[in-house]
Structure formats: structure tokens, C-alpha cells
Design a protein around this ligand. Structure first.
Ligand SMILES: Cc1cc2nc3c(=O)[nH]c(=O)nc-3n(C[C@H](O)[C@H](O)[C@H](O)COP(=O)(O)O)c2cc1C
Length: 271
């Protein structure tokens, strides 16, 4: 198994921290890493590292966190998808460094975080994450929250991935034969808002077409949290293929595939 898939399997959202502030050297390493993050859309994402006490920041679902990172992006086409890709690159790096994180897109005093991030008029700040050391014991509210969204469960492979059209599910066996099992498994295990797992992928030879299956209540005038989820999925898929020595390139040419209801095309990888 690749290092990346191992990393994906060992990640979970963390909402209970041990109360320690990460060392300056750790935050500096993450800052340096964040400055080098790009996404296939070429849309810059601005990361802001925030001391919780200094800015009076907290979230009702978290405890013991001392540090946050917020991410801002200019409003525009595909900004949400690019945002998911770039922020996930940072959060997977934090996980690799031994820090706990959780995407927070709803359960926060948004105005306070936007002010602390010096949000510009043409920008949005869809999500933030705490950065800290994981507490040995989960808080009761974290345990309840995980149960509420069935956080340890994912949809089956066959419900998410398809072959040539949405009519035919892609079996695990076929994915293995095509050498795509680990990349798709990295997508399947990714985090998503309310664990809805809105990504759907139709495989066609050396292309993977990514779609979003919309649920109600995730869109705002400037971004769609479920397209952010698909951006996260794109990052996982691309990173796994690169680790396997392939060279995936993103394109946005809508394929002629008949769409079920609530489904929209996002982007495709070819390699
Ligand atoms: C875009 C996005 C927004 C999220 N917003 C919140 C949030 O506001 N509050 C929260 O507690 N968790 C939030 N989550 C975390 C999800 O609930 C979590 O990823 C999902 O339940 C799966 O659990 P896991 O990450 O432990 O695998 C969000 C996740 C994503 C990707």
C-alpha cells in the first residue's frame, strides 16, 4: 500500500485536543509548506494562521484547541473546487506531521474568523481548521457528533464509482485490474461535509470524470460546500496516482455521459 493511502486511512477529524499550543517550529514548517501549495486550477488560496486566544476564537464542537488555520479565496468560477484541493493539501501535511485537524465549514462564529483573517470584499472564507495535538480521550460531544454523522462509515465502492456511464458500477476487482483501486479508495475515505460523500467518479479508459451529487443545504451565493468536497477528492486521487508514478492532468471538458438527477460534472483527470 502506498504511503498516501496509509496516511488517508490513519486520518480522522479531531475535535478534542490536549490543550498544548503547537511549537513555533511546527507552525513555521506548515506556513512554509502552505506557501508552496498550488492547485490544478491555478487559483491561489490564502492561509492565515491564527492564535485562538489572541483573536478570541473558538468553536462549539471543539475543545482544547489553541491554534487555527483559516483559508480564504477570491470569489469566482471553480474557486470552491480549487479551495478544497489546496486546503486538503495543507491538512494532510498537518496530519503527516502528527497534528489533529478538522474541516469546519459551519460550526463556528464565522464573522469572528473572517475578521481575524482580514477577509477582503472579493474573498470568501468557507472553512477553518484547528491545529493541535490529539487528546487521548474524545470529549462526549465529539463522540456524539461522530455517531450523528456516522463518521466511521463510508458508502460502498460500487455506489460511488462507475464504468463508462452511471448505469454500470465499477467493481473493486475491475478497479484493481485497471490499477486504480488505491486512488479510488483514497477518494472514498476522504472527509466531506456532514459525511455526505457527494463525489461520484465515472472511469473511462485513462480518464476519471468527477461529478458532484448534490444534497440540499450546502450552497451559498459564492460557493458550494459539496464542490469543496469534490476538490478534496481530486487532491486525494491525484496525489495517489502521482505516488504510483503516473502523471494525471486535470481538464474540464464535459464528457457526454447521461446524468442522474442532482448530479453535475466538475472535472476530469487523464493520465
Ligand atoms: C467541507 C467540510 C466541512 C465540514 N464542516 C464541519 C463542521 O462545520 N463541523 C464539524 O464538526 N465537522 C465538519 N466537517 C467534518 C465532517 O463532519 C467529517 O469529515 C465527516 O463526518 C467524516 O468524518 P472523518 O473526517 O472523521 O472521517 C466538515 C468536513 C468538510 C469536508
Amino acid at each position: 500500500m502506498s504511503n498516501f493511502l496509509e496516511l488517508v486511512k490513519s486520518r480522522r477529524s479531531v475535535r478534542t485536543f490536549d490543550g498544548r499550543m503547537p511549537e513555533n517550529s511546527v507552525i513555521d514548517e506548515l506556513k512554509t509548506f502552505s506557501e508552496g501549495i498550488n492547485n490544478p486550477y491555478g487559483i491561489p488560496v490564502r492561509f492565515v494562521f491564527l492564535d485562538a486566544a489572541e483573536h478570541g476564537l473558538s468553536s462549539p464542537v471543539l475543545s482544547g484547541e489553541k491554534q487555527y488555520v483559516s483559508a480564504c479565496v477570491s470569489k469566482g468560477k471553480d474557486a470552491d473546487v480549487a479551495y478544497g484541493y489546496s486546503f486538503e493539501a495543507l491538512l494532510m501535511k498537518a496530519h503527516e506531521m502528527g497534528l489533529g485537524t478538522v474541516w469546519i465549514g459551519g460550526t463556528m462564529p464565522r464573522e469572528k474568523f473572517e475578521k481575524a483573517s482580514c477577509l477582503a470584499d472579493d474573498e470568501v472564507m468557507p472553512c477553518v481548521s484547528p491545529l493541535g495535538y490529539i487528546s487521548k480521550k474524545m470529549s462526549v460531544k465529539e463522540t456524539l457528533m461522530r455517531k450523528g454523522v456516522k463518521a466511521d462509515i463510508r458508502l460502498d465502492f460500487e455506489e460511488l464509482f462507475f464504468s463508462e456511464s452511471f448505469e454500470t458500477s465499477l467493481t473493486k476487482g475491475k478497479a484493481m485490474e485497471a490499477g486504480l483501486f488505491d486512488a479510488l479508495e483514497s477518494v472514498r475515505l476522504a472527509p466531506s461535509a456532514v459525511n455526505k460523500q457527494p463525489w461520484r467518479v465515472v472511469m473511462d479508459q485513462n480518464a476519471a470524470h468527477f461529478f458532484v451529487k448534490h444534497d440540499k443545504g450546502f450552497t451559498t451565493p459564492d460557493y458550494d460546500l459539496q464542490r469543496i468536497d469534490v476538490g478534496i477528492a481530486l487532491y486525494h486521487f491525484e496525489r495517489e496516482l502521482i505516488e504510483e508514478g503516473r502523471n494525471p492532468r486535470l481538464e474540464t471538458n464535459t464528457p457526454s455521459i447521461a446524468l442522474p438527477q442532482q448530479m453535475d460534472y466538475v472535472a476530469s483527470y487523464r493520465w
